[in-house]
Design a protein around this ligand. Structure first.
Ligand SMILES: Cc1cc2nc3c(=O)[nH]c(=O)nc-3n(C[C@H](O)[C@H](O)[C@H](O)COP(=O)(O)OP(=O)(O)OC[C@H]3O[C@@H](n4cnc5c(N)ncnc54)[C@H](O)[C@@H]3O)c2cc1C
Length: 562
């Protein structure tokens, strides 16, 4: 459609993404407006700051529906943002009561005699991120912020090199790109300051970083994929608040990753497997490894007679300090997982996402008061995060994930050395390459690594059964939101070289290789409506020809209670 038919809305601040980062940013900004109104002398030169002109855009139909985490919450940022969070009913029901780290072999388990300090969770709480984000959204809405769930940001708008806002996706376009009777054009939202809080591998953040070269001099972002199920189990097996982290089986020593089990109550367990996307074998299937992990005798015993309630999967940006791009540009800031504010050693990003959002709000407030939205003004955010406990926490683990680039065992040794040298280890800065470059061609690794697991529908599930438990829903009659730049590469080259790893790395069965009708080989078939928005395909495809873009707003998983 031409731009004359598309309406433009102007606002002061536009935040893209209502996760912990985006909502903390919006709420902190609303608090700063309030404090300003309470203390400032009325003056005509002051900007007119209204909380309803803080817009938050969210692609999920309901706040929290696309938020997936473990989750153990370190409440440090929450305490700063909402000191009376307990009396306001924050859903932090289960304090961590006990921690243990286990090394699994195929049949056995060895408990580390001492839990490493970074995996001690005394003072933290087991939460459902979905419930927490809903609650945070309520606090933010009560502060007067304008929330827009069900709307996807699909394109960054520029004026020259300055970010000027975001285009919202149209609704009611059919598979072939034609308007349907319910067609609604998306708005162009123009803002003085746009804040990208899209979570891991944000689709607009990716455009922005590449357009402005914001990752120049950085290590490429490194990712893990986290797969999670929520289970109800018979009581008497675990105590509420018990936390376990596992290393070892079923991942080989060459591979980075581990498991988590969090007892939110005696009968409700959050459990999952996190695997680095820097693996070599293109036939490795993270979902299959997750299912295999559950057949370990100890896990089997915990889950026997229980019921799987929900499933989800999401990527985690693990590169750390040296992978954070320039996060301030003319007219925009990048916060939370989108910028890579996550401590991979602790598997924790919620508190860092929140604090980065709060610091971005402070930088935004300064810029609004000075009516200067330039990069040099907004760069106050970069100085602030580096000087804050966010910078301090990330600096201490600055080389952590890169150490695992050549396998788990070697990485663990480097990580131990880094721990005693304040994060340095053997080198001042460990370099790393993008995840997909670690993948080797199928013949080089001697064929596909398979667990040969047959899902039984009680303890183990195939991808489709798990996808059903993610509550995912998309309107099927819309253009596919997975853009494949060249099907010829998939059907004729990847098939020989890598054996089409998309069929394996996607945890939601979106990618399928089906036989050609004339028996002449196979071709790629997409099932976009299964997509749980984890973004693994955008990261892991060895030819980098898959681009994940937002589907129509409102579609996607429904991570209730996850
Ligand atoms: C399996 C797993 C376990 C984890 N365990 C822990 C843990 O125990 N403790 C911990 O602290 N952290 C944990 N993390 C990490 C933590 O969940 C993240 O660091 C945190 O959620 C980041 O918050 P965020 O607001 O930056 O991003 P998100 O929580 O991802 O929120 C981003 C929001 O933006 C929306 N969005 C994205 N793009 C657009 C767009 N273009 N338009 C509109 N909306 C958009 C999304 O729908 C989403 O709601 C875990 C992560 C995973 C996957």
């Amino acid at each position: 459609m031409n731009s004359a038919e598309r309406e433009t809305l102007k606002t002061d601040v536009l935040i893209v993404g209502a996760g912990p980062a985006g909502l903390s940013c919006a709420l902190r900004l609303a608090q700063l407006y309030q404090a300003h109104h309470d203390h400032a002398q009325p003056s005509s030169s002051q900007p007119d700051l209204k909380t309803e002109n803080i817009f938050v855009l969210e692609k999920a139909g309901e706040l929290g529906a696309h938020c997936l985490s473990g989750a153990l919450l370190d409440p440090v940022a929450l305490q700063e943002l909402i000191p009376n969070f307990r009396s306001l009913g924050a859903p932090l029901e289960t304090p961590v009561s006990e921690d243990a780290v286990l090394y699994l072999t195929q049949q056995g388990r060895i408990k580390l005699p001492i839990t490493p300090p970074f995996l001690r969770n005394h003072g933290n709480a087991i939460i459902s991120l979905n419930k927490f984000v809903k609650w945070l959204g309520e606090q933010t809405e009560q502060a007067g912020v304008s929330l827009f769930p069900g709307f996807s940001g699909i394109e960054v708008l520029y004026e020259g090199e300055r970010v000027a806002g975001v285009r919202v996706g149209d609704k009611g376009i059919d598979r072939a790109g034609n308007p349907k009777p319910n067609f609604q054009p998306g708005y162009d939202l123009r803002a003085k300051i746009t804040i990208f809080a899209e979570g891991s591998r944000g689709s607009l953040t990716k455009q922005l970083v590449s357009q402005l070269g914001l990752d120049r001099g950085c290590n490429p972002q490194a990712y893990a994929l986290g797969l999670k199920e929520l289970w109800e189990i018979p009581s008497g097996r675990l105590k509420a608040g018990q936390v376990f982290h596992t290393a070892g089986w079923p991942l080989p020593p060459s591979q980075y990753g581990g498991g988590f089990i969090y007892a939110a109550s005696e009968t409700q367990l959050s459990l999952g497997l996190v695997v680095g996307l820097n693996y070599e074998n293109p036939g490795f299937d993270p979902h299959e490894a997750f299912q295999q992990w559950k057949i370990h005798p100890w896990l089997r015993g915990l889950l026997a007679g229980g019921r799987m309630l929900r499933y989800g999967a999401k990527t985690i940006p693990e590169g750390g300090y040296y992978s954070v791009p320039s996060a301030a540009v003319d007219g925009a800031l990048i916060i939370g997982d989108s910028a890579g504010f996550l401590n991979a050693q602790r598997l924790k990003g919620i508190h860092l996402a929140m604090k980065s959002g709060m610091l971005a709000a402070e930088a935004t407030m300064d810029a609004l008061l000075k009516q200067d939205y330039s990069k040099s003004q907004l760069a106050g955010f970069e100085r602030a995060w580096k000087a804050s406990w966010v910078g301090e926490e990330l600096w201490k683990v600055r080389n952590f994930h890169q150490a695992f680039d050549r396998g788990f065992t070697r990485g663990a040794l480097h990580a131990a050395l880094q721990f005693v040298t304040g994060g340095r280890g053997l080198h001042a800065r460990y370099e790393s390459g993008p995840d997909y470059q670690h993948m080797r061609r199928l013949p080089e690794v001697g064929g596909r690594a398979r667990a040969n697991l047959k899902a039984d529908g009680q303890l183990t599930y195939d991808k489709l059964a798990d996808v059903f438990h993610s509550g995912v829903q998309h309107d099927e009659d819309q253009p596919p939101h997975l853009k494949i730049a060249d099907y010829d590469i998939c059907n004729n080259r990847c098939v020989r070289e890598y054996g089409n790893p998309c069929q394996y790395f996607c945890p939601a069965a979106v990618y399928e290789m089906e036989d050609n009708a004339d028996g002449s080989g196979k071709r790629l078939k997409l099932n976009p409506s299964n997509c749980v928005h984890c973004k693994t395909c955008d990261i892991e495809d060895p030819y980098q020809i898959i681009t994940w873009v937002c589907p129509e707003g409102g579609g996607g998983p429904r991570y209730d209670g996850l």
